[in-house]
Design a protein around this ligand. Structure first.
Ligand code: FAD
Length: 576
């Protein structure tokens, strides 16, 4: 890797979606850009993510004939966000997000696939849609990265198999052995992966968030962005009230880097910053699924330079998700977010009393909110429970479905098993009498595909998470009755954080007096959530990350994007 230069136009700190999207845009607009990444490889949480971006009115939906007025997503956001609806930033997001997708598709290696059948999380609220508001990074052939390929972060070790990046093709892996098409698809992918591992040490086909990072890295490389992994920003340089660069540390020592057009902070929020967790989370300890390198550096760097933080007036400080703590083969643990199996038919969640507390098929953020609400800040663990039929069909957390075996998971204590419901409760540590009562009540109506207690399967989002091939009337509901029975403990976790640096609609970081801190921008989760700490739909972190990175880069390049009406006044102030 060449030495870090001493000067550039724009310094980007962090190499997830926020950082790389800003870097590629700025380079395309003619700036000399440096990206520094403190980990040994590029990609951050983004490289482990599903790669879904919430972008209402996006060009792929429009091309498919799904045309809606921007008033509809606005109405939906108003309904979800209530008092946290910040009109100027939300309008900027709604106006710029489709334009950003179009721009990346036309000017970079990043291509998109549509999410035209993916419903919003809160299907009963006004303005909610059952599809056409999401896009995902298209699969990407990462071989074009050449010598940079080993520096692309590998897929999440617990969400891949043989190191294979799995994304929208997960359905084939779950149907292998049941459908000829899926079996043939999986066989082809496995053969390709084995061949590429033998030849190149790793697979080249990347999906989801890994494809998003790979495509942006490829474009960054093509456009001459200087990419430096293993380099951490320690301090911002502030001269005459303006951010003009940073002190960067690497194994080679400390370097001062001047950045004439400013600095973009994109360090991925604070999911592993213990002090901030204690300050802002109602319940600690916390087990985030984000990579360990996301320790809140961006917030600290900004604050030390005079930036204001936004936390207390958000609905939630983080994107909650139930996580299980997985013992890893080489020692240590990894936090696994339970995003998919909770909606499949034949699973419920119970607390220490053996009682249900939520519609388990609902979104991960609402699941944890319900848990926090019930426990009022006390220990918020719970157990996901299923029977033998379920675990062999769908797996449970890190435990994979048939033909993978259960032995390792039972031996290391991650998975608990009991011949009867009471045996399972005793093995896992929740109330046996409570659980027997809960299970009897659940099973009675589940045999008819109903869940009167919590309405599993009651919204389009629930049903998408269910099993479309389930023979019963409700794709999310089946009885849990064929032992042995299994449980995995889940604890409070997150996919990332919502609290962050206060910014304006141009992604400029603000000071406590509400004025921009000249030369400083934030993107991705370093920026306080444009959703006000709410979770309206899947993709509400990566959609805004891509959009506001694009907006920030335009501003830094002196190509200020006009704000949509009714915020025109602010736009002209900004460009003057
Ligand atoms: C399993 C999983 C699935 C998910 N799926 C989705 C999804 O489909 N859609 C969605 O919207 N969201 C999803 N999320 C959340 C999403 O991945 C994150 O919100 C998003 O990736 C954050 O992007 P970012 O650019 O802010 O940060 P990151 O991608 O985390 O990148 C930040 C980078 O900054 C680096 N860094 C930190 N400090 C420094 C420093 N001092 N100097 C230099 N570099 C530094 C970090 O090492 C890191 O590489 C998912 C999360 C998980 C865990």
């Amino acid at each position: 890797m060449p030495a870090l230069p001493t000067s550039c136009d724009l310094l980007v700190v962090g190499s997830g979606a926020g950082g790389l999207a800003a870097a590629v845009t700025a380079a395309a607009l003619g700036l000399r850009v440096v990206v520094v990444e403190k980990e040994g490889c590029f990609g951050g949480t983004t490289a482990w993510s599903g790669g879904w971006m919430w972008v209402p009115c996006n060009p792929l939906a429009v091309a498919a004939g799904i045309v809606e007025d921007v008033a509809e997503p606005r109405r939906y956001l108003q309904a979800v966000m209530g008092a946290q609806f910040e009109a100027e930033r939300v309008e900027a997001f709604l106006a710029h997000a489709p334009a950003a997708v179009r721009w990346f598709a036309e000017h970079t290696a990043l291509q998109f696939v549509d999410g035209n059948t993916i419903p919003d999380f809160h299907g009963r609220l006004p303005g909610a849609r059952t599809g056409g508001r999401s896009v995902c990074a298209a699969p990407f052939e990462a071989g074009v990265l050449g010598p940079l390929l080993p520096l692309l972060k590998p897929p999440h070790p617990l969400m891949s198999w043989l190191g294979m990046s799995i994304g929208s093709d997960l359905k084939h892996f779950l149907r292998a052995g049941r459908s000829w098409d899926s079996t043939a698809y999986v066989a082809r992918r496995v053969l390709r992966q084995l061949a590429e591992r033998a030849l190149h040490g790793q697979g080249r086909l990347r999906m989801g968030g890994n494809a998003l990072v790979a495509a942006l890295l490829a474009s960054a490389q093509q456009r001459g962005v200087a990419l430096h992994a293993g380099h951490a920003v320690r301090r911002l340089r502030v001269e005459g009230g303006r951010v003009t660069g940073a002190l960067v540390s690497s194994a080679a020592g400390d370097h001062t880097l001047h950045a004439s057009a400013g600095v973009v902070l994109a360090c991925g929020g604070f999911p592993h910053d213990r002090a901030r967790q204690r300050q802002w989370f109602a319940t600690t300890p916390h087990w985030s699924a984000a990579p360990a390198g996301n320790t809140g550096d961006g917030l600290r760097l900004g604050e030390a330079a005079g930036a204001a933080l936004k936390a207390d007036d958000l609905a939630d400080p983080a994107a909650w998700a139930p996580c299980s703590v997985v013992p890893m083969p080489g020692g240590g643990t990894l936090n696994f977010p339970h995003l998919l199996e909770r909606g499949k038919p034949g699973l419920i969640a119970v607390d220490a009393n053996g009682e249900r507390f939520v519609n388990e098929a609902g979104n991960y953020h609402s699941f944890m909110r319900a848990r926090f609400h019930k426990t009022q800040g006390r220990e918020a663990q719970a157990w996901l429970v299923c029977d033998h039929r379920f675990i062999r069909r769908w797996g449970l957390g890190a435990v994979r479905p048939w033909p993978f075996t259960l032995g390792r998971w039972l031996a290391n204590g991650y998975l608990r098993r009991g011949a009867t419901p009471a045996d399972l409760a005793r093995a896992a540590g929740f109330s046996a009498t409570g659980f027997e009562r809960t299970l009897a009540a659940y099973n009675e109506t589940a045999r008819e595909g109903r869940d009167p207690a919590f309405d599993r399967g009651g919204t389009p989002y629930d049903r998408m998470q269910g099993d479309p091939h389930h023979p019963g009337p409700n794709p999310c509901v089946a009885p849990i009755e064929r032992g042995p029975f299994y449980a995995v403990r889940v604890v409070p976790g997150s996919l990332g954080t919502f609290a962050g640096l206060a910014v304006d609609a141009h992604a400029r970081v603000l000071q406590a007096n509400g004025q921009p801190l000249p030369g400083l921008y934030a993107a991705g989760n370093d920026m306080a959530s444009v959703m006000g700490g709410h979770y309206p739909s899947g993709g509400i972190t990566l959609g805004p990350a891509l959009t506001f990175a694009w907006v920030a880069a335009h501003h830094a390049a002196g190509r200020v994007l006009p704000l949509p009406a009714p915020a025109l006044e602010t736009a002209s102030e900004a460009s003057s």
